[in-house]
Design a protein around this ligand. Structure first.
Ligand code: AMP
Ligand code: ZN
Length: 116
């Protein structure tokens, strides 16, 4: 998929509005438009990576960075002590709907397990 057709590439390029809460050279984080918890953030690489099955060794560092930024954001948004969840949906059974890899960060309420 060309980057101009990818909604998250367009968020990275600031071509469509989003509520960005963090950005650095490699990663951008913003609020999910349809939050499933009091705080629901998405952390994405700037570079277009479609899904977890399409990563290569070159992506190892940025994958770690997604989780690192989730940890920073949990502290900054005040739910690190109570706990939170990071989720990476992949493919059809994982119910991935946006094919630019993203890490969900859900905090601010008691979550349940197992997922549906
Ligand atoms: P997934 O089902 O894991 O692919 O999650 C995609 C997430 O992206 C969903 O939680 C959507 O609510 C969210 N989403 C889709 N479009 C936007 C957008 N323009 N801004 C913020 N979040 C979005
Ligand atoms: Zn993209």
């Amino acid at each position: 998929m060309p980057a101009e057709e990818c909604v998250f590439c367009r968020i990275v390029a600031k071509q469509i509005p989003s509520e960005i809460v963090y950005e650095d050279e490699h990663v951008v984080a913003f609020r999910d438009i349809n939050p499933q918890a009091p705080t629901h953030l998405l952390v994405i690489p700037r570079r277009h990576i479609p899904s977890l099955v399409e990563v290569t060794e070159d992506d190892i560092e940025v994958l770690g960075r997604l989780q690192y930024v989730a940890s920073l954001l949990a502290k900054e948004h005040g739910f690190a002590d109570d706990g939170f969840r990071t989720v990476l949906n992949c493919g059809q059974h994982g119910q991935q709907t946006v094919f630019h890899i993203h890490l969900h960060v859900l905090g601010g309420r008691q979550l349940t397990w197992p997922p549906g």
